[in-house]
Ligand binder design. Structure first.
Ligand SMILES: CC(C)(COP(=O)(O)OP(=O)(O)OC[C@H]1O[C@@H](n2cnc3c(N)ncnc32)[C@H](O)[C@@H]1OP(=O)(O)O)[C@@H](O)C(=O)NCCC(=O)NCCS
Length: 158
């Protein structure tokens, strides 16, 4: 599927269940995001953030999402994921572009995010948009199996 057949729109209340299931599936991979199984999909469906979340649709189905959480300090914190079967087709690119546009429209001055150092695809995606590494949090995240993973902090001035 070409990138122009992917649409991105603000999330709606009716997307909650799809968003929770997407996060649960990506968490099962135990690679890219901090969340790990078990994910309580029912609870997540009720508490997941809709405001500031943008969803990517392909063939009418949600295949990715990015959320921007604005801080009172003027920056926005990004989190994102694309369903495994849909990666490498420009959906992440479309989502980051939409997040940048969303943030600029709200006059945020910066986007910030945290990424695991082994997450080559995510780091390449963020660099493509001009994000730069600003620091490293050493052994910051304790995984379910006890491993301690570093985090790289990246930022993009808007
Ligand atoms: C990171 C992620 C969102 C990228 O989404 P995607 O839809 O595959 O991204 P795209 O297809 O738009 O690719 C974007 C860029 O990433 C790079 N890239 C993609 N896959 C890559 C890979 N496996 N290794 C290295 N670079 C890769 C390419 O530079 C690509 O740009 P280009 O095609 O213009 O050269 C997706 O891999 C994902 O959801 N991973 C699991 C969750 C996660 O890690 N979220 C981010 C947490 S910080």
């Amino acid at each position: 599927m070409a990138a122009d057949e992917i649409s991105v729109r603000p999330a709606e209340d009716g997307d909650r269940s799809s968003l929770a299931l997407l996060l649960a599936a990506v968490a099962e991979e135990r690679v890219g995001i901090a969340a790990e199984p078990p994910i309580d999909v029912e609870t997540l469906t009720t508490i997941c953030r809709i405001d500031g979340t943008l969803v990517a649709l392909a063939e009418g189905v949600i295949v990715g999402e990015v959320s921007v959480e604005p801080s009172w300090m003027g920056f926005g914190e990004i989190g994102m994921m694309v369903a495994a079967d849909w990666r490498g087709r420009g959906i992440g690119t479309a989502l980051v572009a939409a997040a940048v546009e969303w943030a600029r429209a709200r006059e945020l001055h910066k986007l910030a995010l945290s990424v695991f150092p082994h997450n080559d695809a995510a780091i390449a995606l963020y660099r493509k948009f001009g994000f730069v590494a600003e620091g490293r949090l050493v052994q910051h995240v304790r995984r379910a199996d006890g491993q301690l993973w570093d985090l790289i902090e990246m930022g993009l001035l808007l």
